[in-house]
Design a protein around this ligand. Structure first.
Ligand code: BGC
Length: 680
């Protein structure tokens, strides 16, 4: 190919020149091959084939363009043997983006060791309603939190020359109707609530975007030129490519191509040479649209595959000890202590001789969804195994699966403390795949009746009753929460989950997770959610902004989580300088054990003349404090981050007014110190 060749260390200019040259040489048929997955049969997906290997798409030997090799996540690489992390929602509860980047780093290495170069697992859909079946795959209900976590995972993964995919673009948060539901929303809701986290990932350099199955304002997201062409590729100047979601992500040739969908995955159904040729002949699409797509694909793939690798990726990296250690740390940092009366937790090893563990979920490997995010691992440590191993012979551990009420009562009476492990499995929530008979949205946010009965039974016999909840989003607890002294949200906690749980229960690790969503007392306080409707309106408010707006008290607020120590917040201050709001606060550990606190910063808009939420999360910082230690924590908020989108001027605007600034350990009003700053 003369002086134009593919080689390591190519500059962006050289890549552009090469792409232009190749496009000028390619036939239409050759170009179309750069727009499709390499032909996996959907049946194979559901025939045990899915997730066993990386999937090839695009690429050309003739022109020296590598294919992209897709694998999925987000709780690790889905190919067997990989490290299974706690689900994204759990990681969102860690509020630790440094850790999330390290998780991305591990995932990036494992993708490469499996032979992949594209990770489809940066899932950042907004949790509008906790019933969403795939809630566990995302990081929470808040745009800012989602953006920071998506960006951190992207950074980590892409370090290893793996293209990250942010998905599902956008407004994808109902499972059962995902292939057809039309999501309506006004412009401010779209711009301020459902898009900023995607923009954050694009700004971080995220290589690719996966379009969502659902419709937005009447158009399938994969055909949605407003989303893909005007906003993503136009306003945001996204240079990578967009690939479709897998089952029904493209509905017709012209719709996809004019909409700005670059690659049809996982195989050509509508992006077939003949169909594209006909559309061209009929003038329904243009050659320049095809060329633009091919250029995006070639450019992105070459950028990643010609960069020098920071290391060699051998197969023994997959699921190695070092990687499991990161999974353990994630599990430890993500569990949320929701209630702890009379300091029931941590249990003191020296004071108990008999421990009762109750519930079927205590001894099953329960790492989450069995759909496209399912990481197949046989190694995961169950709660029962984790606790038994942790205690060795020091304490007698007695297990009861909870089915026989009589024996439950007897055991609960006999033991010094009782741990009841209840919650959900992949049968209750997850990606809805009819063929696999798995997943779907939750119809009910409370626990199953038999789980509630088990809690009540154990609690009636034992005052030291600790409820451990497993699940991927909010579980309502009003029926039973006053009957037990301690509640710990343990999530689907990955391969090392049982070990992390034991360490928290016995105080080797101080819990530090904070809820990335609001738990309501009454599900009726949440936005309308219905999996049977063909059309739904997504409003401007959900989660804590909705509770603030309606003045409702949740069961547990967004950002809430207890610790085995106590923290105090003092001396809030704020300064506006260099286009930034810089806030500081002193945080003191006033208890007797070391611990981590998540310092949260919210901006309030009391003076606004337009409709705005009472407050919005705009910064956070996780700090470690020894007993009696005080740290002055500084959090910066770029002023551009407090703008609102004016649909009339079609631009982001900063209101000139006095703003409220709140800092504290949760979003609850009573937990927050407050001050003001002036942008007049
Ligand atoms: C899911 C995507 C996933 C894809 C391929 C789809 O059904 O919606 O999240 O990346 O399958 O695994």
């Amino acid at each position: 190919m003369g002086i134009l060749e593919v080689k390591k260390g190519m500059s962006n200019r050289e890549i552009e020149d090469y792409a232009n040259y190749v496009i000028s040489q390619m036939s239409l048929e050759e170009k179309v091959k750069q727009m499709i997955g390499n032909g996996i049969n959907i049946k194979v997906l559901f025939d045990g084939g899915f997730g066993k290997r990386v999937y090839d798409a695009v690429g050309s030997e003739k022109y020296n363009i590598p294919s992209f090799k897709f694998t999925d996540g987000p709780r690790g690489v889905i190919i067997p043997g990989s490290t299974c992390f706690p689900v994204s929602m759990a990681r969102g509860a860690s509020w630790d983006i440094v850790l999330e980047e390290r998780i991305g780093d591990v995932i990036g290495k494992e993708v490469r060791a499996h032979g992949g170069n594209l990770f489809g697992g940066v899932c950042i859909n907004n949790l509008r309603h906790p019933s969403w079946g795939r809630a566990q795959e995302t990081y929470g209900e808040d745009t800012f939190l989602l953006g920071e976590f998506g960006a951190a995972l992207t950074r980590g993964v892409q370090k290893h020359n793996v293209m990250a995919t942010a998905k599902h673009f956008c407004a994808n948060s109902i499972e059962k109707s995902r292939f057809k539901v039309n999501v309506k929303m006004d412009e401010r809701t779209l711009r301020e609530v459902y898009l900023p986290h995607f923009k954050r990932c694009v700004d971080e350099g995220c290589a690719t975007i996966m379009s969502a199955y659902n419709k937005l304002r009447g158009k399938y997201c994969g055909h949605n030129d407003y989303l893909l062409r005007d906003i993503l590729k136009g306003e945001w100047n996204f240079k990578g490519f967009v690939h479709s979601d897998w089952m029904h992500g493209v509905k017709d040739t012209v719709g996809g191509i004019t909409g700005g969908l670059d690659v049809e995955m996982p195989r050509a159904k509508y992006y077939k040479y003949k169909k594209i040729g006909t559309a061209l002949q009929e003038g329904k699409i243009s050659e320049s649209m095809i060329d633009e797509t091919v250029k995006r694909v070639i450019r992105t793939i070459l950028r990643y595959t010609t960069k020098e690798d920071p290391q060699i990726y051998e197969v023994n990296l997959i699921g190695c000890k070092e990687h499991h250690k990161v999974a353990l740390e994630a599990a430890e940092k993500s569990m949320v202590l929701l209630k702890n009366e009379k300091e029931t937790l941590p249990l003191n090893k020296n004071k108990i001789t008999k421990l009762g563990i109750f519930g079927r979920l205590a001894r099953i490997r329960n790492t989450g969804d069995h759909g496209s995010s399912g990481v197949k691992t046989k190694k995961s440590i169950t709660p029962l195994k984790g606790i038994k191993k942790f205690l060795g012979d020091s304490i007698e551990v007695l297990y009861n699966d909870g089915r026989d009420k009589k024996s439950v009562k007897a055991l609960a009476k006999e033991v010094d403390a009782a741990i009841v492990i209840v919650g959900l499995t992949y049968k209750d929530e997850g990606e809805y795949i009819i063929e696999l008979r798995t997943g779907g949205d939750r119809e009910n946010l409370s626990l199953h009746n038999d789980h509630i009965e088990l809690i009540e039974l154990v609690a009636s016999e034992n005052q030291n009753c600790i409820v451990v909840l497993i699940g991927g989003s909010a579980i309502t607890m009003e029926e039973w929460k006053d009957q037990v002294p301690s509640i710990l949200m343990a999530w689907y906690s990955g391969v090392e989950g049982g070990k992390a749980l034991a360490k928290i229960i016995f105080g080797d690790v101080n819990p530090s997770g904070k809820l990335p969503f609001t738990i309501p007392k009454d599900p009726n306080d949440l936005p309308f959610f219905d999996t049977s409707v063909n059309e739904i309106e997504y409003g401007y408010y959900h989660g804590y902004t909705l509770f603030d707006k309606k003045g409702l008290e949740p069961a547990f607020p967004f950002g809430f989580g207890l610790s085995y120590t106590k923290f105090e917040f003092h001396n809030i201050s704020v300064n506006v300088k260099d286009e930034k709001v810089i806030a500081t606060v002193d945080v003191k550990n006033t208890g007797s054990v070391p611990g981590d606190e998540v310092v949260q910063l919210y901006i309030g808009f009391n003076d606004s003349e337009i409709e705005r939420p009472a407050k919005l999360l705009k910064g956070f910082s996780r700090v470690h404090l020894q007993p009696n230690e005080v740290k002055n924590v500084e959090i910066e908020v770029p002023i551009k981050n407090i703008a609102w989108y004016n649909p009339e001027s079609k631009s982001w605007e900063i209101e000139k007014m006095i703003y409220n600034l709140y800092i504290g350990p949760s979003s609850r009003e009573g937990d927050l110190l407050s001050t003001q700053f002036n942008l007049n």
